[in-house]
Design a protein around this ligand. Structure first.
Ligand code: NAP
Ligand code: ZN
Length: 345
């Protein structure tokens, strides 16, 4: 076992604090990574607070990991010592099923989450709020030289989770895309959709983030509590990327979809949402969902970001500021991703 430092939730209600953990000894295909930065995703909070009812404690969050390769197993071919690498929401899958062969490991029945999964020794997997991690080379991404490490960290979840539906539903020139909620996922959706050539509108709960949204490439900004503006935007969007992290009304948003438009739900609200079928059927609209993305498309997204000068807008914090950052995320007070500098561990 390799000793590592980490920050964990001891239970669903107490503050996070330091903990000593052990990473598995690397196998022949494993890469040992010295973690430099880890982004804070709202999913860390949902799981840390046991909102989905399945969390095992102590829980080490974090699935937006970047760092440098410290050592590699004998059969590793993709990465070498010193490489700049990243790890997202997955650390393993069976690699043999239909989904894995298609490069969509996120749908593999045996996919192992970076946290919330079970490792090869039968223990809960521990995430990236830590100084080290050991991961199969297949799940280790290359961070292009053009990207800053800290600004690249959020791409490993917020980036790929918005990139995948934008590609699936073909956001691009001539398409009108709405992005609901300007947080970590939302701000990446805006930048990526704009770079893909779509016309992007941000839908937010207040005007506080309007200037930022326009600077990120949004063409328009709607306040969702402004009934008149919402009415005027009826049937406007081909695609809505909904990143709201709490249970919130979706029917008003469905009305904004054009005929055959799709709203993709990315938020992990634990409670079911009431949906009026008339709003869907009257314009043959679709309500969809999308989980993270595959390894191949994650690398594609990282390379696209490097090519287009896209990165996350971040606030770098020390490990002892994580509890404060979590409290601010709960108030939607984040511009637009907290990233933990692990040098302070
Ligand atoms: P975040 O940074 O906290 O952003 C969420 C945004 O939603 C907020 O900034 C806010 O935007 C809006 N919002 C929050 N509460 C709201 C409410 N009650 N009503 C209306 N709008 C509200 O969160 P995130 O990290 O982007 O994650 C967003 C959601 O996606 C979370 O539920 C997370 O767990 C989930 N997620 C899913 C996947 C996946 O695979 N599908 C992957 C990662 C994360 P405004 O201030 O602009 O209103
Ligand atoms: Zn995430």
């Amino acid at each position: 076992m390799i000793p590592a430092k980490a920050i964990a939730c001891p239970d669903s209600a107490s503050p996070l604090g330091p903990i000593a953990i052990e990473r598995l000894d690397p196998g022949p295909r494993d890469v040992v990574i010295d973690i430099q930065y880890c982004g804070i995703c709202h999913s860390d909070l949902h799981v840390g607070k046991n909102e989905l009812g399945r969390t095992r404690y102590p829980f080490v969050p974090g699935h937006e990991i970047v760092g440098v390769v410290a050592s590699v197993g004998a059969d590793v071919t993709r990465h070498k010592v010193g490489d700049r690498v990243g790890v997202g929401c997955m650390v393993d899958s069976d690699r043999t099923c239909h989904e894995c062969r298609r490069g969509e490991e996120q749908f593999c029945a045996n996919m192992v989450g970076t946290y919330g999964g079970i490792d090869k020794a039968g223990r809960p997997t521990m995430g990236g709020y830590s100084d080290k991690i050991v991961v199969d080379e297949h799940f280790v991404l290359r961070i292009p030289e053009a990207l800053s490490m800290a600004e690249a960290a959020p791409l490993l979840c917020a980036g790929i989770t918005t990139w995948s539906p934008l590609k699936t539903w073909e956001a691009g020139p001539g398409k009108k895309v709405g992005v609901v909620g300007l947080g970590g996922l939302g701000h990446m959706a805006v930048k990526l959709a704009a770079a893909l050539g779509a016309e992007v509108t941000v839908l937010s709960t207040s005007d506080r983030k309007k200037a930022d949204a326009l600077a990120m490439g949004a063409h328009d900004f709607l306040i969702t509590t402004d009934a008149e503006a919402m009415k005027a935007a009826a049937m406007r969007f081909d695609l809505i990327i909904n990143t709201v992290s709490a249970p919130a009304d979706v029917n008003r948003l469905i009305q904004l979809l054009a005929r055959d438009g799709t709203m993709v739900m990315l938020g992990l609200a634990a409670e079911p949402l009431p949906v009026f079928s008339l709003a869907l059927l009257s314009r043959r609209r679709r309500l969809a969902g999308s989980p993270i993305g595959g390894i191949r498309e994650t690398q594609e997204m990282l390379d696209f970001c490097a090519e287009h000068g896209i990165a996350s807008d971040i606030e770098v914090i020390r490990p002892d500021q994580i509890n404060e950052a979590w409290a601010r995320i709960e108030k939607s007070d984040v511009r637009y991703r907290f990233v933990i500098d692990m040098a302070g561990l």
